[in-house]
Design a protein. Structure first.
Ligand SMILES: *[C@@H]1O[C@H](CO)[C@@H](O)[C@H](O)[C@H]1NC(C)=O
Ligand SMILES: *[C@@H]1O[C@H](CO)[C@@H](O)[C@H](O)[C@H]1NC(C)=O
Ligand SMILES: *[C@@H]1O[C@H](CO)[C@@H](O)[C@H](O)[C@H]1NC(C)=O
Length: 333
């Protein structure tokens, strides 16, 4: 929802309404209003200086990094902006007005309207087609960010924490699933849970069908499946198409990679998620009696192990570790 803005500057447009929604991501800073803020913050609070193409890009860098509490962008003679990211706001009397937009801008998490996370159209970045919070890791990579790790993005109308893989095959991958990382996340869940997502971002997790659908319906995407079995690593990249968001139905067509096509039976058929009750892991294309992959496999009561299944040369094999990554099909690093 777009909150009405009192200031003249912001009165006309609210380009990034979604950025105002409440923050539920672990480790995130809540959007309570903060009365006091002064820019620039103490020099020692600035932990990173970089150049950006626009003030909005600078704001985006701050919003995607949970360490960042405030940021400032100043115009350089080159026409680019010097962007400073700071770990703290400075307490004291609030500034009267932000600097003229053409000279720069400052921001803080949850600040007053002048300093808040709200973006307006004049700030819209030239190089990145979004204003405020990035929709996915590909957009973050396009901002020039090359470190892999924990970020916040805007998906399915709210903020979610994700792991970005900026190293594999040019980077820009948003992790949607990871298993076998030690943190013991149960995958016997309800459809609601699978829609909303669950787990620990830094450990085992499932991003959530609503967020996945949000990404995939915007444009064509590739799904990369990485599998570790003993010392052996294999991977497969799929073209992923959303057939129906309501029924969680997807098409999978293998494009490349040396892993067996574990989703072959799910290709071209618009396979739904939770074909079986979700308490079996809710896997795509999983059907009773079928010898099919299931990276959401459940506990084997006789061995006490969580079974992640993927077909190999010898039929269905139990693997130790898996992850799935998503990236727009037309991504160019
Ligand atoms: C994971 O949970 C299962 C069942 O609760 C338990 O047997 C197993 O020891 C746990 N593994 C780890 C690594 O915590
Ligand atoms: C499969 O391909 C990946 C990436 O090219 C490579 O790193 C891996 O070693 C290959 N695995 C096998 C078993 O050949
Ligand atoms: C559990 O593991 C045992 C031993 O590997 C296997 O024979 C059995 O089929 C598994 N059970 C299920 C339900 O997958």
């Amino acid at each position: 929802m777009c909150r009405p803005m009192a200031t003249v500057l912001l009165a006309s447009l609210c380009a990034c309404a979604a950025a105002l929604e409440s923050d539920t991501a672990p480790g995130a800073v809540s959007l309570t209003s903060v009365e006091s803020a002064l820019w620039p913050p103490a020099e020692e609070a600035v932990y990173r200086r970089t150049e950006t193409a626009s003030t909005c890009n600078c704001r985006s860098l701050c919003l995607m990094d949970t360490r960042c509490q405030a940021a400032g962008a100043r115009l350089l003679s080159s026409g680019r902006f010097s962007c400073h990211l700071a770990s703290q706001r400075k307490l004291g009397a609030p500034p009267q007005t932000p600097p003229p937009a053409e000279e720069g801008a400052w921001f803080e998490r949850g600040g007053s309207p002048q300093l808040s996370e709200v973006c307006w159209w004049e700030e819209r970045g030239e190089t990145a087609g979004f204003c405020g919070r990035a929709p996915d890791c590909a957009a973050i990579r396009k901002l020039g960010e090359t470190w892999s790790g924990y970020r916040q993005v805007q998906a399915a109308g709210s903020r979610v924490s994700v792991i970005c893989d900026m190293d594999t095959d040019g980077g820009g991958w948003t992790m949607i699933h990871r298993r076998g990382e030690g943190k013991n996340t149960t995958y016997d869940k309800t459809e609601e849970d699978f829609r909303a997502g669950f787990g620990y971002t830094m450990g085992e997790h499932w991003l959530g069908l609503d967020s996945i659908a949000m990404l995939v319906k915007r444009e064509e995407h590739h799904l990369r499946v990485d599998l570790w079995k003993g010392d052996s690593f294999t991977t497969a990249t799929y073209d992923l198409k959303l057939v129906s968001a309501r029924d969680n139905r997807y098409d999978f067509v293998k494009l490349s990679g040396n892993a067996t096509d574990g989703l072959a039976e799910a290709g071209h058929q618009g396979f739904s998620f939770c074909g079986l009750p979700c308490t079996f892991g809710g896997w795509w294309g999983y059907e009773e009696g079928g010898e099919q992959a299931n990276l959401n496999g459940v506990l084997n009561e006789s061995t006490g192990k969580w079974e992640l299944l993927w077909p190999g040369e010898l039929g269905l094999e139990v693997i130790q570790r898996a992850q799935m990554l998503l990236r727009p099909a037309n991504f160019v690093p």
